[in-house]
Design a protein around this ligand. Sequence first.
Ligand code: THU
Length: 143
Amino acid sequence: MKSKGKAGSLKSPTPPLQGLSDYAREARKGAVAPFSHFKVGAALLTVDGEIITGSNIESATYGLTLCAERIAVFKAVSEGFRKFSAVAVVADSIKVTTPCGSCRQVLWELCGDIWVHIANLRGQKRTMRLSSLLPEPFDKRFL
Ligand code: THU
């Protein structure tokens, strides 16, 4: 699928963001997860309605693995996008998967307090602000 596209009616920064989750679900198919077999897709929404997707890519070293969320945000920022309103994350988990700590930090620094819309393949979903997942964050304001 295209790595970015117009979100159309998804321009609203407020939940629900079902359409964005559909992009994350599709992006999940691009995951390279031969070690965990846990495929994750992410879709990042810019304030202008662009969508940039990512999927997790694993390394045989394990430690060099990158999550879907960080792939999406690094792709987006490297392509020049700077202002974001939401990210959707989809995985095939029993409970909906929340972003890991590293992704929370990177998303905070590059996207700010965006909406985080998480869903699994069973139709369960939750939406929250990134600040609720990363209270009292460290960022450039302290430097
Ligand atoms: N993973 C993600 O891509 N995003 C998350 O929010 C949680 C974890 C990936 C990393 C690794 O490839 C696999 O899921 C298992 O941890």
